[in-house]
Design a protein around this ligand. Structure first.
Ligand SMILES: [Fe+2]
Ligand SMILES: [Fe+2]
Length: 321
């Protein structure tokens, strides 16, 4: 593809379909025993916002955004297999990286919408079902705003094989807590890091505005995941806990692989092996992956699942050894 020039908005064709046995439940009681859950619901209702609250007049093609390298970028600029020290080529690379990251966030949001709907069906407590239902509305809004943003940029990407694989695994799993861990802890944890660091990662006021709003919602979603799982995991047998750890290790490896940015290298005409080597070794890229997985590691610690998983994170370079 050409290094510059707008593309038609990307619309992923086909989609993803999986079957699962779903144990849908209705709890008859008022069930407000866990004050934390009631509190999250109250906050969720009060914090609703609308797509039109965003200042869409800030939208502009990514070609008009200034991505020139800062002094901090000097080493990465020299090492980049695409930029090779050229600031103009660096701008093209940063632009594509931004479009790639936001595209992947969008696919995570689409997974979150469907999987959270399933949580509203399957969670045992009514109070948790209500929180899940409020989250469904949040995820719908996130899909709308990220799709609208990407449509305006002309530089969107399709879903990676890794996100399709993880979402496929989650869609076909009947265990609500596994679904929770995969979506609320892993996918949402990574998404929260991207939107929280949007000011640092992207030079785009529109994206900063969207990200601030989405970050508030995602922080609440992550809190929901931790509260819902807290207590439940303590009741599982050691064999069941080992299964959960195994699932998390597999999912983390998949997501870590995803952040080697194959799609960006392909689009820029860089041999993927060369792009991957840069993504694995460049200190800024290593630091980026650590930031992306920092919420995930924090949540796993809070849930008491960290022991046994720390070496997985260390081997993948997602935490300092
Ligand atoms: Fe979301
Ligand atoms: Fe979310």
């Amino acid at each position: 593809m050409a290094e510059s020039g707008r593309q038609a908005p990307f619309r992923a064709a086909g989609g993803l379909a999986r079957s699962a046995v779903v144990h849908a439940r209705i709890g008859w009681g008022a069930d407000d025993a866990d004050a934390r859950m009631a509190n999250i619901y109250t906050k969720a209702v009060a914090a609703q916002w609308a797509e039109d609250d965003i200042d869409w007049s800030l939208a502009r093609p990514l070609e008009l955004i200034d991505y020139r390298p800062s002094d901090r970028d000097a080493a990465a600029l020299r090492a980049s297999p695409f930029a090779q020290g050229d600031p103009d080529r660096w701008s093209v690379y940063r632009r594509e990286l931004q479009a790639w990251l936001i595209s992947q966030i969008l696919y995570g949001e689409q997974g979150a919408l469907v999987l959270t709907s399933r949580l509203a069906e399957t969670l045992p407590e009514t109070s948790a079902k209500c929180v899940a239902a409020s989250q469904v509305a949040d995820e719908a809004r996130h899909i709308r705003v990220f799709q609208r943003y990407l449509d305006g940029t002309g530089h969107a990407y399709g879903p990676t094989a890794e996100i399709e694989e993880l979402l496929g695994l989650l869609l076909s799993d009947s265990r609500w807590d596994v679904l929770f861990i995969g979506m609320q802890v892993l996918l949402e944890g990574i998404a929260l890091a991207v939107v929280r660091f949007a000011d640092v990662l992207f030079a785009d006021p529109l994206l900063a505005d969207i990200s601030r709003r989405v970050a508030r919602d995602e922080a609440r979603h992550l809190g929901f995941g931790v509260v819902a799982l807290d207590g439940h995991l303590g009741g599982l047998s050691s064999a069941e806990l080992a299964e959960r750890r195994e699932f998390i290790a597999e999912a983390v490896a998949l997501m870590s692989q995803r952040f080697l940015f194959d799609g960006v290298w392909e689009r820029l005409g860089v041999p993927v092996a060369e792009g991957r080597r840069y993504a694995r070794e460049d200190p800024d890229m290593v630091a980026l992956r650590r930031v992306l997985f920092s919420n995930v590691a924090g949540s796993l610690r809070r849930l008491g699942l960290w022991s046994g998983l720390q070496p997985v994170f260390a081997t993948l370079g997602l935490v300092k050894e």
